[in-house]
Design a protein around this ligand. Structure first.
Ligand code: FES
Length: 147
């Protein structure tokens, strides 16, 4: 092995390993953020009694926000309609940390790159608990009564 070959290997191998690890990490983040693991089954989110009378309660683990309007409860998906990142609940509504889309507290898109509103999800109350159906999108809001 010549000195030039040895030098090339000594520099290129670690660089390839670092690049591969970085690409793998980026791919994993995008894959998770895109919500590829969403399912269509019903899941128990929380007790109805734990929700406020008014306001939004976010449950990032279940990728949903529950909107409370007095006796009515609705469910908005926290998956950004742009590329599927998880949006954050903020004072004014929702904010996507991936590319900066903003949504009103009703889920209406205020600024892109997202080109449509957050999705409404099927919601139901059963035995004092709030259940949502992930992976199913509704065309219009669905409100259910607390009790
Ligand atoms: Fe939300 Fe791009 S994924 S703005």
């Amino acid at each position: 092995m010549t000195r030039r070959q040895w030098l090339f290997r000594a520099i290129s191998m670690p660089a390839l390993a670092v690049a591969g690890a970085a690409l793998g990490g980026i791919f994993a983040q995008v894959w998770l953020a895109a919500g590829r693991f969403s399912s269509r089954h019903w899941s128990d989110v929380t007790a109805v009694d734990s929700l406020p009378e008014q306001g939004t309660s976010a449950f990032p683990g279940q990728r949903v926000a529950l909107l409370c309007r007095g006796e009515d409860i609705g469910a908005l998906s926290l998956e950004c309609p742009h590329l599927g990142c998880l949006v954050n609940a903020v004072d004014q509504g929702f904010f996507c940390p991936c590319h900066g889309s903003e949504f009103a507290s009703s889920g209406k898109v205020l600024s892109g790159p997202a080109s449509r509103d957050l999705d409404w999800l099927p919601v139901r109350i059963q035995n004092g608990r709030v259940w949502i159906q992930g992976g199913t999108r509704l065309d219009s809001p669905l409100w259910v009564k607390r009790g």
